[in-house]
Write a protein that binds this ligand. Structure first.
Ligand code: ADP
Ligand code: MG
Length: 492
């Protein structure tokens, strides 16, 4: 399924559409930096993870970290992308107080990864494929700290030299929902692969948003602006909404969009001009003379390909075909690898396979619902997969009804105890003894002779009343199916 409908923005002169391309900087999970052996732990004491290379001491030479290269290739394979067996590091020259080299080592004409794609999961089960233009490796810069003392700026070089992958998309997105879906999917893929932790709050995944607008039906692109400093998916959506409207108003008032870099101001909910857009030639890119071109062979790529995990799209497909789940349920489960694993552990219990749909309901609606309410991750679940499976078993073999199961589940969340222990202690086992149910049915009939007459006179709706009365008397424990059968037998 694909969507063809794009969101349309109304203007004074007609309808407009948005064109969006994203550049994501993803910090690679490695022990060491791209060209030095310094550590990369988040939150370390400032300047405690800086080698002489990172501090750009004269005469220091960069040495490529093979793990960073592997991670980039791994990510490229996860993005179904072309892996370039030969790529070149280039110097991108610019001045920043927290960039002691005076240039950033990046890749320019020859990136390590070429064209790929990401499939977006959109509301209603629709999908859209967004092209990946390229992925290249580069060094991160340091960080300027302005907060400690208003009269001084400090520089922390811990981040200097950390490996980043810049992942550039084609301008294939058409609205804030697309951009959000892209970032969620990219983050999921990176996390499945173990190449980036995807944590936007800690800055290990950062996003620049390129956006332009054009009249619906126009097949040329408009002039774009690039918005920086957008640190959450929500902020990306807000920045797109704001920026599209700004550009439309500007054009309709007779102005023109100038290509520039803008800054998202989260406090005021606006973008503002930061600097004119620099062109590639401003950076004076040239191949870094300290580094040889990066070359590897098929065996290197094949070994990495052989170690790839099942990725979200494939897992979703398998959950639909193998377990018969709806695309929606499968999508929710595979969004995080740990959640998908948890679900599969519930279905494939120690004693064999459980009903996959029943398990999906309990995992998604009840467990994820409860965890989300408390802001907890799956690995903080007070109920283990085997325990939830135990509850599902009690429902499946009619020991308890679905309604009682919710009570038991609430108690499990509180206490972390097994379902069976709770059911035994509270005497919640479902009554399946027909004699016992018949006794209750007889009592209800005896007490409601008038209603029985009405029912038998044609007021069919009253059947539910009798069922309700019997359930109430049994404290919710009578097996509903038996109650129905016995009642039918007695009052017709
Ligand atoms: P730069 O380094 O100049 O930002 P890149 O090639 O790294 O250029 O990235 C350009 C980004 O802008 C890509 O994500 C691309 O999809 C997007 N883009 C290009 N043209 C447009 C446009 N007219 N409207 C919106 N996005 C665009
Ligand atoms: Mg760029």
């Amino acid at each position: 399924m694909t969507t063809t409908t794009h969101p349309v923005l109304e203007g004074a002169t007609g309808d407009w559409e948005m064109v969006i391309g994203l550049e994501v900087h993803a910090q690679v999970i490695t022990q060491a930096k791209l060209f030095s052996g310094a550590a990369t732990n988040f939150g370390a004491e400032p300047n405690s993870q800086v080698s002489l290379v990172d501090a750009a001491m004269p005469g220091m030479l960069p040495v490529i970290n093979e793990k960073s290269v592997e991670q980039a290739v791994r990510t490229g394979l996860g993005l179904k992308a072309q892996i370039n067996k030969r790529s070149v590091f280039a110097r991108k020259n610019y001045f920043y107080a927290d960039l002691p080299q005076g240039y950033q080592i990046s890749q320019y004409e020859f990136p390590i990864v070429g064209k790929g794609e990401i499939v977006l999961d959109l509301p209603g089960g629709a999908t859209r494929t967004v092209g990946i233009t390229r992925l290249h490796l580069e060094q991160d810069a340091g960080k300027s700290l302005h907060d400690q003392d208003p009269t001084r700026t400090f520089v922390d070089l811990n981040r200097s030299g950390v490996t980043l992958m810049e992942i550039v998309s084609e301008p294939d997105m058409r609205g804030p929902e697309d951009a959000a879906a892209y970032l969620r999917k990219l983050r999921a893929i990176l996390r499945y692969l173990g190449t980036c932790d995807g944590n936007m709050e800690e800055g290990s995944m950062r996003c620049d948003v390129n956006i332009s607008v054009r009249k619906v039906g126009d097949n040329r692109f408009g002039t774009r602006c690039e918005v920086k400093n957008v640190n959450s998916i929500r902020a990306v959506q807000q920045a797109i909404d704001y920026e599209a409207r700004r550009q439309i108003d500007l054009i309709e008032e007779g102005g023109a969009v100038v290509q520039e870099t803008r800054l998202w101001d989260p406090g005021r909910g606006i973008t503002r001009s930061m600097r004119g857009k620099e062109e590639a030639h401003d950076y004076r890119y040239f191949p870094d003379p300290d580094l040889l071109p990066l070359e590897f062979d098929d065996a290197f790529i094949d070994a990495i390909r052989a170690s790839l995990p099942e990725l979200p799209d494939e897992k979703k497909e398998r959950f639909e075909t193998h377990y018969g789940l709806s695309p929606y349920d499968a999508g929710v489960l595979v969004a995080e690898r740990a959640r998908a694993d948890f679900y599969e552990a519930v279905v494939n219990g120690a004693k064999g396979r459980r009903d996959p749909k029943l398990c999906a309901n309990w995992v998604i609606t009840e467990l994820f619902g409860a965890l989300n309410k408390g802001g907890h991750d799956i690995d903080e679940s007070p109920i283990t997969a085997e325990q939830l499976g135990g509850l599902v078993d009690l429902i499946a073999d009619d020991t308890i009804s679905g309604r009682i199961a919710k009570e038991v589940f609430a108690e499990m969340l509180e206490s972390g105890r097994d379902a069976e222990a709770i059911v035994d202690e509270k005497g919640l086992r479902q009554v399946t003894d027909t004699g016992e149910i018949e006794g209750i049915v007889d009592a209800v009939i005896a007490e409601n002779q008038d209603k029985v007459a009405e029912y038998q006179g044609g007021k069919d709706k009253l059947f539910g009343f009798f069922v309700g009365q019997v359930m109430k008397r049994s404290q919710g424990k009578a097996n509903p199916k038996l109650v129905n059968e016995i009642l039918k037998g007695k009052i017709g």
